[in-house]
Design a binder for this molecule. Sequence first.
Ligand SMILES: Nc1ncnc2c1ncn2[C@@H]1O[C@H](COP(=O)(O)OP(=O)(O)O)[C@@H](O)[C@H]1O
Ligand SMILES: N[C@@H](CCOP(=O)(O)O)C(=O)O
Length: 324
Amino acid sequence: MIGIYDKPMVRFLAAPVRVRVPATSANLGPGFDALGLALGLHDEVSARISGVGIRVTVSGEGEGELPTDHDHLIVRCMLATFDRLGDRPDGLELACHNNIPQARGLGSSSAAIVAGILAARALVPDGARRMPDSEVLELASEIEGHPDNVAPCLLGGLTIAWIEDGRARAARLEPDAGIRPTVVIPTDQGLTAHARAALPAEVPHRDAALNAGRSALLIHALTGAPELLMPATEDRLHQGYRAPAMPETAELVRRFREAGMPAVVSGAGPSVLVFGTAEEITKSEIPVTSGWRVMPLDVDARGAVVGVDLQHAERDPVAAGRAS
Ligand SMILES: Nc1ncnc2c1ncn2[C@@H]1O[C@H](COP(=O)(O)OP(=O)(O)O)[C@@H](O)[C@H]1O
Ligand SMILES: N[C@@H](CCOP(=O)(O)O)C(=O)O
């Protein structure tokens, strides 16, 4: 058949697929490993089946640094997905254009993982039926190790993610239109794995209780009561333990909060997420370290998009369903 590579078990689409995935900010203060917000800053990958071998080009963030072979995270996720769907192609060609700063707490690894899974699924005819979004979320969370970035990356908006019987699940909520996220991004990187290693195995009961209350309040604040964002973003489970490894981040969060702006560590850091506009940040006169970028972003409502023409791409009907 024209346009289709014949393989013993699975046939692959010959046309390239394009996937666009958003940055995400996880935790949002008290919602450790559970809450996440999709942001209007995207990576794009174009992937196609090729003859033999792996060819990856990277432009933008990570250019000249990321591997361009089997070790590239998107390639690894594509191969894991092909394995689940029955067979691997002999060759792959990927063109990646990255806008999401890496290892800064903005979900770049989750974006790469979701992009890889969706790209591989889209290259298999009938892939979306055989691997619905609920399974994409499960696999992405399994690879990432926590579900709170992959859920908003896939679904957009505000998500609550949890693990049930070993599988990731997520509920998507519509954030209040008045939510204005601004991220403040340091020059230095900080790997999530290192920031997770700084966390204790146990925490005082009173801290766990505080976080439970505040994360419940945060859902209310983000979906209709933004005036409650200051108390709703208080955290005792992770930020304090991570502060010694990112003192400038911790100090910036402290100063924003002191000035009345709800600010938290974005994901595992070292970026800061402020619920406020760039103008409010400028007006506060809080000095931001030279070289750090202040980036106001929209909330991304769509999540990951698969298509050929991204301007007009619609996610396929199965992929458009809720993940839980
Ligand atoms: N677009 C990408 N393509 C390939 N690998 C990526 C991409 N984005 C991130 N990664 C990998 O993930 C690492 C960062 O992951 P992580 O420490 O979880 O930080 P982040 O908070 O940005 O997700 C990078 O050092 C790189 O190895
Ligand atoms: N809950 C995770 C979130 C990590 O987000 P990232 O964007 O830094 O990868 C954690 O706090 O470890």
